[in-house]
Design a protein. Structure first.
Length: 468
């Protein structure tokens, strides 16, 4: 056992940070090698985007966090945490729709008689011909738009994918890397839909995104899972500090040395796992012993990282009466495909939490950049927009008066974008790999838009690199 404690700092108490922290503190190496661990969280709560947001006696879930995985290790991890505080995982039905021209379509799209009737004979034939054309003359897959067209044809892409995805990404899909599609809808294609099943061409460790008619969900909300993990970490000797924003990551040459907080406090560290957005990490890096070549490389990485983009989400939580809504209430969430509306997605919280009686709880989600004028507009303007778009999308029956109570929640840097300097992000990650004792984890830390189980898998690998 070393006389000097090995000091570990984890930046961020979201799913990635807490998963890594718990894996470390429950390992034999943690006690045998005299380690200490501190999680630094800039906010006042754990869970990141998957935290519980209490409002008006309810719990809100920004973005909707399914507990669904095909990895036994992750499933066992969730079950163990859920049993520790009575936050049992309950089974929920995954019922997702696309709302287009005031009609609801199943997602993934099913070419049932109901779908064909809604689309009409002309559109249905056009979709088929468009898909055959895409199969015979595939496009070079150098953009997300071409990724979709090659799998669904131009017409189905235009009808059911283009509008929503451009709202989420914030720009034309011609400018988005096809990696986004490979990550989010891999294995799904029109041929699979027509066969009534998904493509089977996937490796043992891959799963078809959007798969499964059911998922698991914590009884007391998504954040309760991470609250249980945080409690377990502190019980096993780890520390979690809130309101601690990391301003500088200190390096001694290519070796991690510590961090400096916004308040000027400096903490030593032999190992750091960062889940903060990748551009913010690169901006925070500072050498106090270096040479000109290292400093020049860091400046190059800062220029690249400055071009990495993120999308923020604004959720307008709404409490209303069942009679104020159209026939949407038996769904879990709905994608809004209508052109001309800013509303991107609607969560029906009643079906996430298994609420059978009382008011209807909706999460109306809008996507924007933090430099967009809309990000800074007032709560009142956001609520007005939710009423307007909700009516014109076919969510509300009336133009006004549908909203009983409302709350606006803003989540900055919620989703990494696959545009801008995305094609150069591997250079940044390789630079970080060359720093002993510094790793990145999580969606923002790796600039990868992946599901929670993949986030946790990555975090566990980071923990293994420390405790092995």
């Amino acid at each position: 056992m070393s006389d000097r404690a090995k000091k570990i700092i984890i930046i961020g108490a979201g799913p990635a940070g807490l998963t890594a922290a718990l894996e470390i503190v429950k390992s034999k190496s943690y006690s045998q090698q005299n380690m200490t661990l501190t999680v630094l969280e800039s906010s006042e709560t754990v869970g990141g985007l998957a935290k519980n947001v209490p409002w008006n006696g309810h719990i809100l879930d920004i973005g909707g966090h399914r507990y669904f995985t095909k990895m036994p290790k992750i499933a066992d991890w969730w079950e163990t945490r859920s049993r520790k505080n009575g936050n049992f995982l309950e089974t929920r039905q995954r019922k997702v729709k696309i709302l287009f021209e005031n009609s609801l379509y199943d997602y993934p799209v099913e070419f049932s008689m109901d779908t064909l009737k809604k689309l009409g004979l002309g559109r249905s034939l056009g979709i088929g011909c468009s898909y055959l054309s895409a199969r015979c003359f595939p496009k070079k897959e150098d953009s997300l738009e071409n990724f979709y067209i090659n799998r669904f044809g131009q017409q189905l892409y235009d009808l059911f994918f283009k509008e929503y995805t451009e709202k989420l990404c914030g720009e034309s899909l011609e400018d988005i890397s096809p990696d986004w599609g490979r990550q989010r809808v891999r294995g799904l294609s029109l041929s699979g839909i027509l066969k009534g099943k998904f493509d089977k061409k996937k490796t043992e460790n891959e799963s078809v995104c959007t798969d499964s008619d059911h998922f698991r969900y914590p009884k007391n909300g998504p954040g309760a899972m991470w609250e249980a993990a945080a409690l377990e970490i502190t019980e096993m000797g780890g520390a979690i500090r809130f309101g601690c924003r990391v301003e500088t990551v200190l390096l001694n040459g290519r070796q991690t040395a510590g961090v400096r907080l916004e308040n000027g406090e400096q903490l030593e560290a032999d190992e750091i796992i960062s889940t903060m957005p990748l551009p913010k990490l690169i901006r925070a890096i500072s050498f106090f012993k270096t040479d000109t070549a290292e400093e020049n490389q860091l400046q190059e990485m800062k220029q690249i990282a400055a071009g990495l983009k993120y999308r923020s989400v604004v959720c307008v939580a709404i409490e209303t009466e069942p009679g104020a809504c159209t026939d949407i209430l038996d769904n879990t969430w709905i994608y809004i495909q209508n052109p001309g509306l800013k509303l991107g997605r609607v969560q029906i919280y009643n079906n996430w939490f298994g609420i059978q009686e009382g008011p209807v709880l909706l999460g109306m989600e809008f996507f924007c950049g933090e430099n967009d004028a809309s990000w800074k507009q007032s709560d009142e303007d956001w609520i007005k927009l939710a009423q307007h778009d909700g009516f014109h999308a076919g969510i509300f029956r009336e133009k006004s008066g549908s909203i009983k109570n409302a709350q606006v929640i803003r989540a900055r840097d919620a989703y990494p974008s696959y545009s801008g300097a995305y094609s150069q992000k591997e250079q940044v990650l390789q630079f970080i790999d060359g720093i002993h004792g510094l790793q990145t984890a999580g969606r923002n830390g790796t600039h990868t838009y992946c599901n929670m189980d993949r986030v946790m898998e990555n975090a566990m690998k980071c923990a293994d690199n420390i405790i092995k």
